[in-house]
Design a protein around this ligand. Structure first.
Ligand code: ADP
Ligand code: MG
Ligand code: ZN
Length: 539
């Protein structure tokens, strides 16, 4: 048995390592700089606690939450490990005792709150007491754009330079942008050994569905799981109330929960959910952080989450006990529009907005995936996976078709109307419907008027939703949500790339021949260059 495995058994009482732990322990114990990304509950603490015991000197652990530090210190002390904490929660006596133990070189682990680093004197003291490793827990707190940003985490890089010892960083946040920030801020840009492990939650079944009578979709999903605990995440506070009501009317035990409720009512709701069997909570994303219920059997999204990270966290609340759990995420063009607008109208700086669009794109890619969702999801987290057999697309493969022509028709209609309209009007043009708006604008004389009669209105809606999902078009907040093309649309418009779409509701109206009036063609080329020139001039 390796030294690490012996310590694991003798000190912590565990029979073996969880996936990924051993490699990380070995690298950190050997003094390599390391960044380890593992999901919540994956066992990150052990990955710095064991190396701390294997190395000479003291390991400094930086962690954002005092309560968390105290728990860990207590658990370590109970296991017979010399550990202490320096936080603002200490009594002066406790602080003195910690410093004395450090001076006597007795401590193996010293937990410190990041605020402590602000007192510059700490660095000198830490140098004096033989610190030999820095472990940074919840390392994503160094990211200025994340919701957990802790300014004092920015001092850790300075600490590392001053002490000149290896650093091991841990987080459950896997997106590429946060990783890059961690590497920049904690490792001065030098890529550490990076471990990315175990994001799969194999007991959770994944499923998405385009909205099509969403309330009935949620009620059906709940009805098939009657008597089981579940969460329905809703996009608005109002919806949590109306949906909880509808669920009660359908015979379920259901309550609502959102951040606008009184703190007492929120606590009561949390306690009920925790204790009662088979209760459903219709909630905003405010629900979840404080909830640790192992047997949540399902999580549904009545509206699209805001990013792939948020999606993963929210569905991750299901099936913590390892028993099978189900999920269903609904999405529609209005969700996409809402999320894009929220990003564009937010106060974040441009580079942050770009990253948020990319995270939303990743989620939309998952929603519009053509093959195994788990492959797509884990692929985003940098893991590879064979088809899982536990998602809707493994259960029943998506029906697909070559959507290139449909998309080019839609793009052409946009181009010929100067990107001034939303999907509704564009679909009217494609279908050749004589609305007042079409007559007033003279759009019935456009070459794209009526070229899309092979599909129904619903089918065109599915095409536009997928165009938004593939980020070929975005609602433009400066034009009241009119759709405009992204650069990703250009190769398709120029007929240089093809696109595969899900058939969804698209069952091509049989044998009705596509009206091939002047569709997308060479004629569009001058329009396209004119449009690009105009955009450049505006930019
Ligand atoms: P994280 O910080 O990654 O969320 P923790 O370090 O808090 O996870 O560990 C989660 C739980 O798993 C803890 O109760 C811990 O004791 C337990 N654990 C960690 N490693 C092992 C292991 N090798 N065997 C059994 N239990 C483990
Ligand atoms: Mg942890
Ligand atoms: Zn699958």
């Amino acid at each position: 048995m390796s030294g690490a495995a012996t310590l694991l058994r003798d000190v912590f009482g565990f029979d073996g390592f969880r996936p990924g732990q051993e490699e990380i322990v070995d690298a950190v114990a050997a003094g390599e700089n390391a960044l380890a990304i593992m999901p919540t509950g994956g066992g990150k603490s052990l990955c710095f606690q064991l190396p701390a015991l294997m190395r000479d000197g003291v390991t400094v652990v930086i962690s954002p939450l005092i309560a968390l530090m105290r728990d860990q210190v207590r658990a370590l002390q109970e296991a017979g490990v010399q550990a202490g904490a320096l936080t603002s929660g200490n009594t002066p006596e406790e602080t003195d005792a910690v410093w004395e133990a450090l001076e006597r070189r007795e401590l193996k682990l010293l937990y410190i709150a990041p605020e402590r680093l602000a007192a510059g004197s700490s660095i000198g003291m830490l140098r004096r007491i033989g610190v030999n490793l820095i472990a940074v827990d919840e390392a994503h707190c160094v990211s200025q754009w994340g919701h957990d940003f802790r300014p004092d985490y920015l001092r850790i890089g300075e600490l590392k330079r001053a002490l000149d010892v290896p650093l091991a960083a841990f987080t459950a946040t896997a997106d590429a942008e946060t990783q890059i920030e961690i590497v920049q801020k904690l490792f001065d840009g030098a890529q550490p050994r990076t471990f990315l492990r175990g994001f799969d939650r194999p007991n959770i079944h994944l499923a998405f569905a385009a909205k099509n009578g969403p309330r009935a979709q949620i009620l059906n999903f709940a009805a098939a799981r009657k008597g089981q605990s579940g969460i329905v995440y809703c996009g608005t506070r109002a919806k949590t109330e109306t949906l909880a009501q509808a669920l009660r009317e359908a015979g379920h035990a259901a309550i609502h929960y959102h951040g606008g409720m009184e703190a007492d009512d929120r606590r009561i709701a949390e306690r009920r959910f925790q204790q009662e069997d088979g209760l459903i909570v219709a909630a905003t994303v405010a629900f979840g952080m404080g909830v640790d219920k192992p047997d949540i059997r399902w999580v549904a999204h009545a509206d699209l989450p805001k990013s792939i990270e948020a999606y993963y966290q929210e569905i991750g609340r299901a099936g913590r006990d390892g028993a099978p759990a189900e999920t269903l995420t609904l999405f529609g063009p209005d969700d996409i529009k809402l999320r894009r607008t929220q990003i564009d109208e937010g106060l974040a700086p441009p580079e942050r907005r770009m990253a948020d669009h990319a995270r939303l794109n990743a989620l939309l890619g998952l929603a519009e995936a053509l093959e195994c969702r788990r492959q797509t999801l884990l692929g985003y987290f940098g893991e590879t996976e064979v088809s899982c057999g536990k998602c809707d697309l493994c259960d029943q493969p998506a029906e697909v078709f070559d959507g290139t022509t449909a998309v080019r028709k839609a793009l052409s209609a946009m181009l010929r109307t100067d990107e001034w309209f939303g999907a509704g009007h564009l679909i009217d043009i494609l279908l050749g419907i004589e609305t007042d708006k079409i007559r007033q604008r003279g759009h019935d004389s456009l070459p794209t008027y009526g070229v899309g009669k092979e599909y129904t209105k619903q089918q065109w809606q599915a095409v536009f939703r997928q165009m938004m999902g593939h980020d070929l078009v975005r609602p433009d907040p400066e034009r009241y949500g009119a759709l405009r093309m992204t650069d990703a649309a250009l190769p398709i418009l120029r007929n240089e790339a093809k696109i595969t779409l899900r058939r969804d509701t698209i069952k091509a109206a049989a044998a009705r021949r596509p009206a091939v009036k002047a569709m997308v063609s060479e004629e569009d080329a001058p329009l396209l260059s004119a449009l690009k020139a105009k955009r450049r001039a505006l930019a």
